[in-house]
Ligand binder design. Structure first.
Ligand code: PRP
Length: 215
């Protein structure tokens, strides 16, 4: 950890990265190379002392927990699935809005007592059904979750719903809301103490940029 530098971890997914960069630009922070075309993973920025690295969404929390990045931007879905120890979440970045929902077939046959649930959010799903006192078998998938109820592999899915178009196109419907999701700013707990002034300034800069986006 460089005492005079802030290392930021950004989520590299295409849609999200565009919005992260737009927010940073509003905060007066622009990359010196174009992250959309460069193969680099660490970028210097126009603001002295601020660099960022590009990571898979599920790795952002890991890099921040380990203090390799002081701050990060990640979706609440990924944070809930990863576990929320080792970092603070001081700011809702107010983009990337979606929901984690339980969904199933529109024309759902009668279901057995013990359901099979397909999801990539295994921990979130486990906590959700445990809270309901419902015993389920969870099947981990990495994508195309909608296929699971269609093919009979699972009865229901737990997945991200944004517009609902993917569910609808596959004969599925959202049933129960599990979590509202948006992008969050996360901060390593040690960095918050050791680099307090730098980190606090950075959070305020981002807070102002988020407010500016909403006016
Ligand atoms: C998510 C999710 C759905 C889709 C929902 O996938 O898994 O497939 O978005 O969006 P909609 O409600 O607007 O149709 P994403 O595009 O994030 O890719 P992934 O499969 O890698 O998760």
């Amino acid at each position: 950890m460089d005492q005079n530098q802030i290392m930021l971890a950004l989520t590299k997914g295409d849609r999200v990265l565009t919005q992260e960069l737009a927010l940073l630009a509003r905060a007066g922070i622009e990359p010196l190379d174009d992250p959309q075309s460069s193969r680099k993973l660490i970028f210097d920025t126009s603001l002295a002392g601020v660099q960022f690295m590009l990571l898979r969404s599920s790795d952002v929390a890991t890099f921040v927990q380990h203090g390799i990045s002081d701050v990060g931007m990640a979706g609440r879905d990924v944070l809930l699935e990863h576990g929320e120890d080792g970092y603070y979440q001081p700011l809702d970045l107010d983009f990337g809005h979606c929901r984690i929902m339980e969904a199933g077939l529109i024309e759902e046959p009668s279901l057995p007592r013990r359901l099979r649930i397909a999801t990539k959010f295994v921990n979130i799903a486990q906590r959700y059904y445990a809270r309901l006192g419902q015993q389920v078998d969870i099947i981990k998938l990495y994508g195309a979750m909608e296929l699971a109820p269609i093919t009979g592999m699972a009865h229901r899915i737990v997945d991200i719903v944004e517009t609902g178009n993917t569910l609808k196109a596959n004969g599925l419907t959202p049933m129960n809301l599990i979590h509202d999701v948006s992008m969050r700013l996360i901060v390593n707990k040690t960095a918050m103490k050791v680099k307090h002034r730098l980190v606090a300034e950075f959070i305020e800069r981002m807070r102002t940029a988020v407010q500016a986006a909403n006016t």
